[in-house]
Design a protein around this ligand. Structure first.
Ligand SMILES: *Cc1c(COP(=O)(O)O)cnc(C)c1O
Length: 439
C-alpha cells in the first residue's frame, strides 16, 4: 500500500492545524501511523491521495447512509447551489425537510435546525434548563454528546457524584452542574434522583450508545429512565445524533417505542452536509426564541444547500424496505464474522444493531457499560486496523468507534469484505495468540 502522498499532505497539515487535523480522531493517534487523506468517494468506496481504494465502513462517521456521492443527493445539492448558497432568511427548503421529518416521526411535533450535533445538544440542554428552571444535567459514562462544555465531564469517585472536567478549559463550576452515572444501572439512578431531584433539569442519554463501542441498553433500563424522569419533573433527552434515521426513520425512539421529551439529531439528517436539529412537543418548543425566552440562533441554520441534501437523503430512507434491507445485509455480514471467530476460538465479537456494528475483542456476550471494555483490548484493534487497510478496508481509526453499513454496500461486497476481515483476524491472533480461547 502506497502512503507517500498522504504522508506528505499530513506533514503539511501539521503546520496548519493542531495535530494536523480539524477533529482529533482523524489523526490516527489510537491506531498509529499517519492518517489517510481521502480524495474522493463513490458508493461504498473511498480513494485516498495515493490512489488506494477502500471499502469504507466509516461513512463519514455515520451521515452517509446512502454511501458516497449518491446521484440523488448530488443532484439536489447542485440544483440548490445554482440558486445561491445562503440567504439568512427563511427558504422553502427548510419547510420541506421539516415536513418530511415531522410527517414520519411521531416523537416530535416541532423542530429547530442548527448546524451540528454539538449545537443541537447544547441547545437542547438550554431548553431543558430554561423550561424547568433547574440547573443540573445527568449524563452517562461512555455516552458522547459532542464537545459541549457541560458534557465534557467524567465521573468522579463514588456512585453518584458531580462530574470532573475531562478537558482543559472546562471550569469546575460548569462540571459541577453535571452528574455522571454508569449506564444500565437503575440503582445509581435511584440514588442520584433521590439526592438531587429538585435540581435536575434533564437526563441525557444516547439511547443506543455508539461512541464508546456499542453498548446496547436493556429496553427496561430506558423505560425506567422514562418513568423516573416523568415522576420527578425531569426532562428526558434522547441524543439521537447517531441513531436518528439510522436504526429506522424514527431512530431509537421508534425502535424502542419510548417517547422522550427532547430529541437531538445530526449526522444522517444533513445528507453529508453540516446539519443538526432538536425537536420536541409543540408546547415545549414554544419556549424557544422568538416564541419563548430560551435564546438560540444561527447565521447558517437551515442552510438551503444543506437542507436539500437532507431532503434527498431522507426521501430515500423513507422508501419501503429501506431499513429492513440494511439491517438484513448487516446481520448476514456480522454473522459471517462471528461464526468464523467462534470456530477459531478468537476472543472477538461483532456487536450490532440495525446497520451499526462494533468490533470488540472480548470474551463477553454483552457489553452495556464502559467499565466492561478493557483498554488492553485496544492493542488488538490497532493491529486489525492496519491489516484491514492493507486489504482495502477502511474503518474509523479507533477501536472505540462503531462502523456503518450503507445502502451502497452490496451483499456481494459485504461478503468479500467479511472474508478479508477474517484473514485480518488471523493475522491479529498470530501476532497476539493470548487472545485465543483455550477451551
Ligand atoms: C457525533 C455526535 C455528536 C456531535 O455531533 P457533531 O456534529 O460532531 O457536533 C453528538 N452526539 C452524538 C450521539 C454523536 O454521535
Amino acid at each position: 500500500m502506497k502512503r507517500a502522498q498522504s504522508e506528505a499532505l499530513y506533514k503539511k497539515a501539521l503546520n496548519y492545524f493542531p495535530g494536523g487535523v480539524n477533529s482529533p480522531v482523524r489523526a490516527f493517534r489510537s491506531v498509529g501511523g499517519s492518517p489517510l487523506f481521502i480524495e474522493k468517494g463513490d458508493g461504498c468506496h473511498v480513494q485516498d491521495a495515493d490512489g488506494n481504494e477502500f471499502v469504507d465502513f466509516c461513512c463519514s462517521w455515520g451521515p452517509l447512509i446512502l454511501g458516497h456521492n449518491h446521484p440523488g443527493v448530488r443532484e439536489e445539492i447542485f440544483t440548490a447551489v445554482a440558486l445561491g448558497t445562503s440567504f439568512g432568511a427563511p427558504t422553502r427548503k427548510e419547510n420541506e425537510l421539516a415536513e418530511l421529518i415531522l410527517q414520519h416521526n411521531h416523537f416530535i411535533e416541532k423542530i429547530r435546525f442548527v448546524s451540528s450535533g454539538t449545537e443541537a445538544v447544547m441547545s437542547a440542554l438550554r431548553l431543558a434548563r430554561g423550561f424547568t428552571g433547574k440547573p443540573v444535567i445527568i449524563k452517562f459514562e461512555g455516552c458522547y454528546h459532542g464537545h459541549v462544555d457541560s458534557l465534557l465531564v467524567k465521573a468522579g469517585s463514588g456512585l453518584s457524584t458531580f462530574g470532573i472536567s475531562s478537558s482543559a478549559g472546562v471550569t469546575e463550576a460548569v462540571a459541577k452542574d453535571t452528574l455522571v452515572l454508569p449506564l444500565n444501572d437503575k440503582r445509581a439512578l435511584d440514588i442520584a434522583i433521590s439526592d438531587f431531584a429538585h435540581d435536575i433539569a434533564a437526563i441525557i442519554i444516547e439511547p443506543i450508545p455508539a461512541n464508546n463501542g456499542l453498548m446496547l441498553q436493556d429496553k427496561s433500563f430506558l423505560e425506567y429512565l422514562r418513568k423516573v424522569t416523568a415522576e420527578n419533573n425531569i426532562l428526558l433527552i434522547f441524543d439521537e445524533v447517531i441513531s436518528g434515521f439510522r436504526v429506522g426513520f424514527e431512530g431509537a425512539s421508534g425502535y424502542y417505542n419510548i417517547q422522550p421529551d427532547i430529541i437531538t439529531y445530526g449526522k444522517i439528517i444533513g445528507g453529508g452536509m453540516p446539519v443538526g436539529a432538536y425537536g420536541a412537543r409543540k408546547e415545549l418548543m414554544s419556549h424557544i426564541a422568538p416564541e419563548g425566552n430560551v435564546y438560540q440562533a444561527g447565521t447558517l441554520s437551515g442552510n438551503p444547500v444543506a437542507m436539500s441534501a437532507g431532503i434527498a437523503q431522507l426521501r430515500e430512507c423513507l422508501k419501503p424496505g429501506f431499513y429492513e434491507s440494511l439491517a438484513q445485509k448487516t446481520s448476514v455480514f456480522t454473522s459471517q464474522l462471528n461464526t468464523y471467530s467462534k470456530s477459531k476460538g478468537y476472543l472477538f465479537k461483532v456487536f450490532s444493531i440495525g446497520s451499526i456494528f462494533w468490533f470488540a475483542f472480548t470474551e463477553k456476550e454483552k457489553i452495556s457499560s464502559s467499565e466492561e471494555i478493557s483498554t488492553e483490548s485496544m492493542k488488538y484493534f490497532r493491529i486489525l486496523h492496519a491489516e484491514l487497510l492493507e486489504r482495502g478496508i477502511y474503518l474509523g481509526p479507533s477501536g472505540y468507534e462503531v462502523g456503518f453499513v450503507s445502502a451502497a454496500h452490496s451483499a456481494e461486497i459485504l461478503k468479500e469484505a467479511a472474508s478479508k476481515i477474517c484473514e485480518a483476524l488471523d493475522a491479529v491472533f498470530v501476532a497476539l495468540p493470548e487472545g485465543i480461547s483455550k477451551v
